[in-house]
Ligand binder design. Structure first.
Ligand code: PEP
Ligand code: MN
Length: 336
């Protein structure tokens, strides 16, 4: 069950609710987020929920039979919209584009990308400064000093930043310089990191694990929500399968299923979801039709020279064509 509490509930009223639940052998966890105050109640005994619903200080009560609760559509039917600022939202209506290099490399690269994004009306730039690499000898990112340069240029141009965080110790250092924390596929079940991100008041985008199930992704989101942060975005980025013709198998089914099970926005990552440049466009357009709320796309001014993931990065001309097709497909979808 999810019990939404009134913001001004008194301690006495809350104690009475907790006592009544405990009499019904229900275990509770209190969750206080930026938006609301909840009790997540877990118990097997059947009882008339109006008993709780009618108590003073209780705003609403919902039965949720999913194992994940707060992220479920079983209590919140209305899609969640994650706000970056008054004009920039993710989810609910419109299609958000996040674009940029796999890795931040230098100031010139950032400036060129920011100019490109502005010309194409893209509001959010991606770019990793802490890179999780399979080999320790690969380029591992420019780190926090690089993030500061990334931030200065983006801020001066009104562009938002999404970048990957790898461990909870980085939260404080990164906090002032980012707009969305990205939890990468390899950290999708780093529960200490997810717990810690539940304590911050900035959006978190969680990618599906390399071989993570849909439920596992939703549980990861539940960690952040139950920690106190409701600003969560889900990301389908492909999974490992036996298929060797491409880097990852983009799971198109994941989009409508995630939208059915959860009220959180769903972003697609066709770059990692396929691993090859030629597949980005068809998979992006398919993702829109399947109901995605946005896409995160790797773009580089010279993909052949990129420090990482050049093979799946679009050059500027290819990205312009893609953005145009994304916009047209969106319009087409709205007319259906
Ligand atoms: C990335 O976004 O560059 C990245 C490493 O993604 P993923 O965690 O999906 O592999
Ligand atoms: Mn990448």
């Amino acid at each position: 069950m999810i019990i939404q509490l009134e913001k001004d509930i008194s301690q006495q009223q809350k104690d009475l609710v907790l006592e009544t639940l405990s009499e019904k052998s229900v275990k509770t966890k209190e969750v206080v987020t930026q938006i609301s105050d909840y009790l997540v109640a877990i118990g097997k005994q059947e009882f008339d929920i109006r008993l709780i619903g009618n108590m003073n200080g209780v705003k609403d009560i919902h039965k949720v039979d999913d194992n994940y609760k707060l992220v479920s559509t079983k209590w919140k039917v209305k899609p969640t919209q994650v706000e970056l600022d008054k004009e920039t939202h993710i989810g609910s209506n419109g299609f958000s584009i996040m674009a940029g290099p796999c890795s931040i490399e230098n100031e010139d690269q950032i400036q060129k990308m920011v100019d490109f994004l502005k010309q194409n009306n893209v509001k959010i730039m991606r770019g990793g400064v802490f890179k999780p690499r399979s080999s320790p000898y690969s380029f591992r990112g420019v780190g926090i000093e690089g993030l500061k340069v990334f931030y200065e240029i983006c801020k001066a141009n009104g562009i938002k930043i999404i970048t990957e965080i790898m461990e909870q110790e980085q939260i404080d250092d990164m906090y002032d310089y980012i707009d969305i924390f990205q939890v990468g596929a390899r950290n999708s079940q780093n529960f200490n990191l997810l717990d810690a991100l539940g304590k911050v008041d900035k959006p978190v985008m969680i990618k599906r694990g390399l071989s993570g199930t849909i439920d596992e992704l939703l549980y990861s989101a539940e960690y952040v929500f139950s920690g106190g942060n409701e600003k969560i975005i889900l990301c389908e980025r492909g999974i490992r399968t036996y298929e060797k013709a491409y880097r990852n198998t983009f799971d198109i089914n994941a989009i409508p299923i995630l939208k059915e099970k959860s009220h959180l926005p769903v972003i697609i990552d066709p770059s990692h979801g396929t691993g090859s440049r030629s597949l980005i466009e068809p998979i992006s357009l398919a993702g829109i039709m399947a109901g995605a709320d946005g896409a995160i796309i790797e773009v580089h001014q010279q993909p052949e020279k990129a420090a990482s993931d050049g093979q799946q990065s679009l050059n500027f001309n290819e990205a312009i064509r893609l953005f145009e097709k994304i916009r047209k497909t969106n319009e087409f979808k709205k007319g259906l």
